[in-house]
Ligand binder design. Sequence first.
Ligand code: UTP
Length: 237
Amino acid sequence: MRVVLSLGGSVLAPELDASRVADHAAAVERVIRDGCDVGIVVGGGGVAREYIGTARELGASEVELDRLGIDVTQINARLLRAGFGEGVEPTLADGYETAEAALRRGETTVMGGVAPGQTTDAVAAVLAESVGADLLVYGTGADGIYDADPAEHDDATKFESLSPEALVEEIAPMSRDAGASAPVDLFAAKLIQRARMRTIVLDGTDPTAVADAVLTGDHTGTDVIPDGGTEPTYWAP
Ligand code: UTP
């Protein structure tokens, strides 16, 4: 099975901790050993936001701020790559084509952001579409897709599953509210819809839970299931 895994920077490196990074790399190694081809896209998290906030105070343009964010995502990608043990040496990709080529050779690949004006959520969706991934997994700080922001609404309900069309409908208003943070950005949601991509959004904090979700489909987050879409055959008992 070909999998693209998006790991939020807030999940991988909320602060610098070698054992946390090693645990995430070990979880990916488990997925690879089980027989999956894996492309990983790493986010920038709080560190990116701190750089962006500081540079904004200094008067940097929005594009410059995005470039700072991209640099942090790429540092985090390099950090994750350093966490892999003997035998797995992921290709550090600086763009889609390098990542695609590595995946087609059956190599693991790690990358960060690529272009201003988006987040790594979208990068993961583009990579997944371009390599025809069987599964796209977002390991984020949120534990799924809710019908309202759970931080603001006590009665917000988590979707166990929803269609890509419903995902776009749920995400669109969240993305319009200034300062609101959707678990997956709107551009990514539209790409998931276009590609009819089987997707999981789950809390990425526990690397074991992320690996279990990839290998078995069992998790406590949200499944995005295209109408008429079938389960990855990899999960068949
Ligand atoms: P992230 O993908 O980490 O954003 O990119 P995020 O969703 O806020 O963070 P997580 O999920 O907690 O990790 C950080 C910033 O880098 C820039 C954007 O400014 C983004 O907010 N970026 C990233 C780009 O401009 N282009 C990219 O392709 C990726």
